[in-house]
Design a protein around this ligand. Sequence first.
Ligand SMILES: [Cu+2]
Length: 210
Amino acid sequence: MILPRDKEFAGIAILIAAAIVVSGLLGFYVESLTITPGSTTTVTSSTQSNVVNLDVVPDYGGSGYDAFVLAANLNGAVPTPGSNTTAPGTNDNNITVSSGTLVTFVLTSIDTAVLQNFSGLVATPFTVYNDTASGVISSQYKVGQSVTTMQMGHTFTISKLGVNVPIPPDTIVSFGLTFSTPGVYMYNCLTPCGPGMGIAGYMNGYIIVK
Ligand SMILES: [Cu+2]
């Protein structure tokens, strides 16, 4: 039998328990928002590999919310661009790699949109497969090569390291990077491709170099 006074204690106990749960959730939420390049914050990651397969999926998180999605997170499913009308949810596209090891990035874009042109000198050599703009199956772009008005839908950019690789529409782009210094490096897309641009997990992610 619960006496009135016991009820009061039980009520207080429930309130305290609820406060602990809420503060715990809040702490987790805040932590997930405060990851900055170079910080020592622990970032969980789905992938640790010398080959990183990353897909560029238009409208992955709702209209306009394009995203870098780890191929492993798609579980073999082929996403249908433009059909996703749900609000953005969690998309873990953080990548863990080892320092001092060549990491091959394979970026597959199924986005056909042309948003900008890339002009400039190539800093990171890359290969474009299905290069429809040039009409050939694969094109290699070498360091120092001058590129003018190359159509692109997105970029893969690591500002901290001077990496800026254009991603032409409906192509596969491959390049190698060796990270010499452990740390957390933000990668993102610089083209104005929609509301997913600044959102971690969409056109924005982190590479954890160990
Ligand atoms: Cu983009």
